[in-house]
Design a protein around this ligand. Structure first.
Ligand code: UDP
Ligand code: UDP
Length: 467
């Protein structure tokens, strides 16, 4: 086994990055890895094996072939043992399995050379990783992959669950909770699983946020201007005392990929004429809801690019696109749009001049990508953090959200309503102008001496001076 050697003062810091499962976690970690490496850090990337989805393993292969200077550290999981908590989500099951295997990383990390300066881990393993890092005498940082607003809710969860009214009103209630520093928040925006003590989602969040006072800093893929209120509230201990410093370093930059998608159809469309519809990497609408969406698209008369999914995990998705949206719809709309099943390069699509609007489930990466690329959003949140993220879109003012569309499966959203909202999105000059302003603010945050860049560079410099 190689011996560890402490690096010299001024030497590049060595950081190990450790994402959990799902593309919504992997993408920001890969982006941060590439950004740290391009700013002179030595980066080791911990890759959990096996991955849940094919998209994760494909992206890892492609990333390491285009970033050979980033070290890949494969980490084989112990077999999953079912716990007493409610957990039927394949990605959250993987979170549990990863948490239970973290101790196996000790020998893998202790022999790295040069020795580690810090581990940057995902929130669902924060508690286990901060223990491991303390055993290895290295610092822990956490990268938050959701909004600062949802993160505030997570750190406030212990106080929140003590309030009986919150539970009573959850899941469609009309109540509000007074949120320190953030004002009233509708209880209906809180994912019901978060208020269920028997649900792994709630347990995982409470356990991991309670370890956050031990970590050195908390990166969030957001920027000061975009979420000023939530960042300030987190920093001023409004929601939780003794929280580590908040480091808003977003929007994280895209990284070099092996091959960009070929989009000749999009190249032929007029500027800002196409609505892009995608619900992220792990959300499949019901067949009935898909049918209503086909009606909505046709009635809106807009040109569209729609990425459909039929299952939560891509490996299980066996249906053809015509089975999902119907041959007759494809036939009728041949000249109006295209439907793609499978992975697309979403950033490349959002960056395309033909795209004028984005119907999104508001996974946080999608929101921040749309912000960075200046595309207005029609928010259609389905699960988890997405309603709170939609609140951010609404507050910033670069999108619409029809609140009474409900959580996924709660109600069937009518095609006529979908058509009206898509039309409103695509015709609104105000939203378009605001989205361009957001894009400019995002660019400023990332430029040299911009708010996000200063946090990142300041941290790298602090490692160098400590080595
Ligand atoms: N994504 C993509 N192509 C797809 C589906 C998703 O590039 O076909 C990317 C998207 O750009 C984002 C991530 O995968 O970076 C999905 O994360 P998000 O938080 O938006 O949603 P989730 O998939 O976690 O629900
Ligand atoms: N989360 C967690 N433990 C869990 C599930 C989620 O700590 O078991 C955190 C995680 O940081 C995630 C956030 O809660 O970013 C929102 O979860 P959601 O399922 O909405 O998003 P996703 O995991 O799909 O990105």
């Amino acid at each position: 086994m190689a011996t560890t050697t402490k690096s010299e003062k001024g030497a590049p810091p060595h950081l190990a990055l450790f994402p959990c499962a799902g593309m919504g976690h992997l993408m920001p970690f890969l982006r941060l890895a590439a950004m740290l490496a391009s700013r002179g850090c030595i980066v080791t990337f911990i890759t959990v094996q096996p991955t849940v989805s094919a998209a994760e393993s494909d992206h890892l292969s492609s990333f390491f072939s285009t970033h050979p200077h980033i070290k890949r550290l494969d980490f084989q999981l112990l077999p999953y043992k079912k716990s007493k908590f409610l957990n039927d989500d394949p990605f959250f099951i993987q979170f549990e399995a990863i948490g239970n295997s973290v101790h196996l990383l000790h020998p893998l990390l202790s022999c790295l050379s040069p020795s580690l300066s810090a581990i940057v881990a995902d929130l669902p393993v924060a508690s286990r990783v901060s223990q491991l890092a303390s055993d290895l005498s290295v610092s822990t940082f956490i990268l938050i992959t959701t909004s600062a607003r949802f993160f505030s809710l997570m750190v406030y969860l212990p106080q929140l669950t003590q309030d009986k009214n919150t539970k009573k009103n959850a899941g469609g209630g009309n109540g509000y909770i007074e949120f320190p520093g953030l004002g009233p928040m509708p209880v209906s925006s809180i994912p019901p699983a978060m208020l269920d003590d028997n649900n792994f989602f709630a347990v995982s969040i409470s356990t991991n946020v309670s370890s956050l006072f031990k970590v050195k800093g908390i990166f969030i893929n957001t920027f000061n201007w975009f979420e000023a209120e939530a960042i300030e509230s987190l920093n001023s201990s409004g929601v939780a005392p003794h929280l580590a410093p908040i480091l808003p370093v977003g929007p994280l930059e895209s990284f070099e990929i092996e091959q960009a998608s070929d989009l000749p159809w999009l190249d032929e469309q007029a500027p800002e004429s196409v609505v892009f519809i995608s619900f992220g990497s792990r959300t499949a609408l019901s067949k009935d809801q898909i049918r209503e969406l086909t009606t909505g698209l046709e009635k809106s008369g807009c040109t569209f690019l729609w990425v459909v999914k039929a299952s939560k995990v891509d490996k299980d998705d066996k249906e053809g696109v015509e089975d999902i949206v119907g041959e007759s719809f494809l036939g009728r709309t041949k000249k109006k749009g295209i439907v793609i099943k499978g992975w697309v390069n979403q950033e490349q699509i959002l960056a395309h001049p033909a795209i004028g609007g984005f119907v999104s489930h508001c996974g946080w990466n999608s929101v921040i990508e749309a912000a960075r690329l200046g595309v207005p959003i029609l928010a259609w949140p389905q699960n988890g953090d997405q309603r709170i993220n939609a609140e951010v879109v609404e507050k910033v003012g670069f999108g619409l959200w029809v609140r009474d569309w409900g959580w996924m499966g709660e109600k069937l959203v009518d095609g006529n309503h979908i058509a009206d909202s898509i039309t409103e999105l695509m015709l609104s000059q105000n939203l378009r102008a605001r989205a361009k302003e957001v894009k400019e603010k995002a660019r400023q945050a990332r430029e040299i001496n911009g708010s996000s860049e200063r946090f990142l560079q300041g941290l790298i410099d602090s490692f160098k001076s400590k080595e």
